[in-house]
Design a protein around this ligand. Structure first.
Ligand SMILES: Nc1ncnc2c1ncn2[C@@H]1O[C@H](COP(=O)(O)OP(=O)(O)O)[C@@H](O)[C@H]1O
Ligand SMILES: [Mg+2]
Length: 301
C-alpha cells in the first residue's frame, strides 16, 4: 500500500516553477529519503504534501485520500515546522499543548511530557523556548510532529546543525518510529544518514526528479564495476607470470605489489575465481574487500 502517491505535482511562484512536475510514491511503513541541493524544491514539495501550501498543478493522495480533501486525514499527519515558527515566551510543554489544540488532538499532558522525553528534552518541559539552543528547538519541532501519534511524519532536515550525539539520538528515534510502522518522509543533506535510514529515495534537482528508486536498485545501476582490494601473502617469483595471466581473464586494471593486489571486476561472480586463482598457488589471502557503491556516488554521479 502507498502512503503517498504524487502525480505530476507543480508549484509556481511569481511565474517561476520551482517544482516542475514530480511523480513518485511512498510506501506505507517505509523511511523515504528526499534529497537535493539547497533550492531544489524539497521544502516546497513537503509543504504541498503536508497541506501547508496548495499545488499549482498536479495531484497527490495521502493514505488514499485525494489532496483536495486533506482535512479528512490531517490528524494522521505529523509535520515538523520550519525552525522559525516558535513562540519564544511559551514553554516547551505549552507549545505542545498549543499545537495539540490547533490539531484538535485530545492529548493528555503526561503524553506530551512523554513526547518531550522521546526527543531528548526531558527536564526542559517548563522552560521557555527563548532560552533554547538551535538543537533544542529542532527537537521541539520533531516533538510537535509526534503529537497525536500520526501515521505519516514529515521531517524536513531533522538532524542538520545538531551535535553528533543528538544526531544519533534523533536517528534512533526515527528508527523506533519506523519500527512502530510509521511512514517517515525525511529530507537530509547527510548522505550517510540517508543511506543508513532510508529504503527508497528521490533525488531532486531544480524542481525535477533526477533519480528515484530503492537504495539497492540505484546502487546496482551505478555499480558498473567493482574495485577489489586483496591483502595477500608472498607470491613465489616463479608463479607471478602465470598468476597475472590467469587473473587477467577475470579482472582489469590489475596492480600487484608485495602484499597488495587491486583490480577491477565487471561482475561479482569473478571474485571467487580470483580468490581461487590465488589459493591454488598456495598464496595466503588475508582480506578481500570490494569497494561498494555509496549514496555519494549516486548523488554526484
Ligand atoms: N514562498 C516563496 N516564494 C518565492 N519563491 C520561493 C518561495 N519558497 C521557495 N521559493 C523558491 O523555490 C525554490 C525551492 O525552494 P525550497 O523548496 O525551499 O528548496 P529546498 O528545500 O530544496 O532547499 C528556491 O529557489 C526558493 O528560493
Ligand atoms: Mg528545504
Amino acid at each position: 500500500m502507498n502512503a503517498i502517491e504524487v502525480n505530476n505535482l507543480k508549484k509556481k511562484y511569481n511565474d517561476n516553477y520551482v517544482v516542475k512536475g514530480v511523480s513518485f510514491n511512498v510506501k506505507a511503513g517505509e523511511i523515504f529519503g528526499f534529497l537535493g541541493k539547497n533550492g531544489a524544491g524539497k521544502t516546497t514539495t513537503i509543504n504541498m504534501l503536508s497541506g501547508i501550501i496548495r499545488p499549482t498543478e498536479g495531484a497527490f493522495c495521502i493514505m488514499g485520500q485525494t489532496h483536495t480533501r486533506m482535512d479528512m486525514i490531517k490528524s494522521q499527519i505529523g509535520v515538523m515546522p520550519d525552525a522559525a515558527n516558535y513562540y519564544y515566551e511559551m514553554t516547551a510543554l505549552n507549545h505542545l499543548v498549543f499545537f495539540s489544540e490547533l490539531k484538535n488532538a485530545k492529548v493528555k499532558q503526561d503524553q506530551l511530557i512523554h513526547i518531550l522525553e522521546r526527543v531528548g528534552l526531558s527536564g526542559h518541559e517548563r522552560k521557555k523556548v527563548k532560552g533554547f539552543s538551535f538543537g533544542m528547538k529542532k527537537k521541539l519541532g520533531i516533538a510537535q510532529a509526534l503529537i497525536g501519534d500520526p501515521k505519516l511524519i514529515f521531517l524536513d532536515e531533522p538532524t542538520s546543525g545538531l551535535d553528533p550525539e543528538s544526531v544519533v539520538e534523533i536517528q534512533q528515534l526515527i528508527q523506533e518510529l519506523n519500527a512502530q510502522h510509521k511512514t517517515i518522509f525525511l529530507t537530509s543533506h547527510n548522505l550517510h544518514e540517508v543511506e543508513k535510514l532510508c529504503s527508497r529515495i528521490v533525488i531532486m534537482e531544480q524542481g525535477l526528479i533526477t533519480k528515484y528508486g530503492s537504495m539497492d536498485e540505484l546502487k546496482k545501476q551505478y555499480q558498473q564495476h567493482i574495485e577489489l582490494f586483496l591483502k595477500i601473502g608472498p607470491v613465489p617469483a616463479a608463479n607471478v607470470q602465470s598468476m597475472r595471466q590467469e587473473l587477467s581473464q577475470y579482472c582489469t586494471d590489475l596492480m600487484f605489489e608485495e602484499s597488495e593486489l587491486t583490480c577491477s571486476v565487471s561482475n561479482e561472480e569473478h571474485i571467487p575465481r580470483i580468490v581461487y586463482t590465488l589459493a591454488k598457488r598456495d598464496i595466503d589471502i588475508y582480506k578481500v574487500v570490494p569497494k561498494q557503491v555509496t549514496l555519494e556516488d549516486i548523488f554526484f554521479g
